[in-house]
Design a protein around this ligand. Structure first.
Ligand code: ADP
Ligand code: G3P
Length: 493
């Protein structure tokens, strides 16, 4: 059997494809950024066709770079930005509206109304989520209410909804497969994570017609075949997971208590809770980490909307840096204790604050504040936000001895050291930081027989560097107290 696996990582800002071998080593990578559309305050859209075209381009590109043909692949694993909502016409395969991205806040007032009407408890109980514009359900309703005739067409079964995994699968299979996996379904707010099916009462509450929805499969499953016209030969699509869940798998966090934190556009901390769906008392989410052989494994998740996006804003919006990597030099010269706080609530605040109306701020400015202080505060905000999550997790009773990190930001040593310092938790950076794609490859590998078991996968994980705290407790406390004060000022709750 051919040992290569193609992982597609369709992220918020770029589409990536990586070929892995049977040892989990990456053979070649291809990546393409695509257009971000910000039509007005709080709105974020993608062109779903551009998502598909960029994905196809990187799949072709990576095979060329690896010097492989599609027939050399055992299978494809797809991982994706989650919650982002695409609705398309089943007959033409064309989207009826731009994709509404997970960061989009346009449904904030609808969410407030649903909360005021007392529905949040049912949603938390059944889905593990909260009522927030972040999740797909209100985005689906918004499209159906704003595209002429869409609601009637959805009821009549003429339209299909998908998160990005389903959209890519539909395109790869020429419209033959309309599926998603349990981890992606668990981010829609209409999937009952305990019963593992779409919840009729929630579908009614959010006004989501059942005929729109894909069937939900295990994360390692036979999803269909990518047609030969795309990559030159048919290839099995054998694994799907939301990108944060895929990172948990790529980090081999298979045992309860194991945690990973991913630093890309946003930051997502996840702790495996095994077969138990633990309900957070501190406004964290309960989610499906993965489902294998019909058995769901659950996780607690803290989601932060802006992490690397703050660096992008400093680079592209304020033009204070030419490149995200320049942030390290600024931070090294400024140091940790500069009293400037940047709260990057550009699209509201996620866990544990959940305030869609909050907006960003920079506080503590003095006459001698310069570019360095602001850039450093941007980096520090990522760590302070993680501390908010870790505190919530610890208040829920979890013991976090260490956290495995990944994502584009973790190459920044200064950031990783400050993270360990402020969390007072050991930070483990793996040798392979492309864990999201790796997780998708592992799922496809499990289904196609390239990998036998989760135990075998666990043995492939290797630590590249550990960061231990060296910060005096009093400094940690005073820095964090300043952050809490800054956050309180931007919240409207
Ligand atoms: N050296 C660095 N220091 C700080 N941030 C960085 C560094 N290198 C990249 N980044 C940030 O990491 C993010 C990219 O991470 P990535 O995991 O590719 O994101 P995504 O998957 O969300 O598109 C960008 O927001 C970028 O600003
Ligand atoms: O594209 P990323 O890596 O920022 O991840 C997006 C998340 O899946 C949103 O929930």
């Amino acid at each position: 059997m051919t040992p290569y696996l193609l992982a597609i990582d369709q992220g918020t800002t770029s589409s990536r494809a990586i070929v892995f071998d049977q040892k989990g080593a990456s053979i070649a990578t291809d990546q393409r950024e695509f257009t971000q559309h910000f039509p007005s305050d709080g709105r974020v859209e993608h062109d779903a066709s551009e998502i598909w075209e960029s994905t196809l381009a990187v799949c072709r590109g990576v095979l060329e770079k690896a010097g492989l043909d599609a027939s050399d692949l055992a299978g494809i694993g797809i991982t994706n930005q989650r919650e982002t909502t695409v609705i398309w016409d089943r007959a033409t395969g064309k989207p009826i509206h731009p994709a509404i991205v997970w960061q989009d806040r346009r449904t904030a007032s609808l969410c407030t109304k649903l909360k005021t009407d007392g529905h949040e408890d049912t949603v938390v109980e059944r889905t593990g989520l909260l009522i927030d514009p972040y999740f797909s359900a209100t985005k689906i309703a918004w499209i159906l209410d704003h595209v002429e005739g869409a609601r009637a067409r959805a009821e009549a079964g003429e339209l299909a909804f998908g998160t990005v995994d389903s959209w890519l699968l539909w395109n790869f299979t020429g419209g033959r497969s309309h599926f998603t996996d349990a981890s992606n379904a668990s981010r829609t707010a209409v999937f009952n994570i305990h019963e593992q099916n779409w919840d009729n009462e929630l579908l009614k509450l959010f006004r989501v017609p059942r005929p729109l929805l894909p069937d939900v499969l295990d994360s390692a499953a036979d999803y269909g075949e990518a047609e030969a016209r795309w990559l030159g030969a048919p290839v099995r699509i054998a694994g799907i997971a939301g990108d944060q869940q895929a990172a948990l798998i790529g980090q081999a966090c298979f045992k309860p208590g194991m945690a990973k934190s991913t630093y890309g556009t946003g930051c997502f901390l996840m702790v495996n809770t095994g077969s138990k769906a633990v309900r957070s008392e501190n406004r964290l989410l309960t989610t499906v980490a993965y489902r294998l052989n019909g058995q769901p494994c659950y996780a607690i998740e803290g989601s932060i909307f802006v992490a690397g996006a703050a660096m992008q804003w400093l680079r592209d919006g304020l033009k204070l840096i030419g490149d995200a990597a320049e942030s390290s030099a600024h931070a090294q010269s400024v140091g940790v204790d500069n009293q400037v706080y940047l709260v990057p609530a550009f699209t509201g605040l996620g866990a544990p604050h959940w305030d869609p109306h909050a907006r960003g701020a920079i506080m503590g400015l003095t006459r001698d504040t310069g570019i360095g202080e602001i850039v450093t505060a941007g980096l520090q905000s990522v760590c302070y936000q993680t501390k908010d999550l870790v505190r919530a997790i610890q208040n829920d009773g979890a013991v976090l001895a260490s956290v495995r990190v990944d994502g584009g930001m973790v190459v920044n040593d200064w950031l990783m050291q400050f993270l360990a310092d402020i969390l007072n938790v050991t930070v483990d950076r793996p040798r392979i930081t492309e864990t999201t794609a790796l997780g998708a490859a592992y799922l496809a590998g499990l289904q196609t027989g390239v990998f036998d078991s989760l135990e075998q996968i666990s043995e492939l994980w290797e630590c590249e560097r550990q960061f231990h705290t060296g910060m005096p407790p009093a400094l940690r406390e005073s820095l964090y107290a300043g952050w809490l004060d800054a956050v309180e000022r931007v919240c409207n709750n």
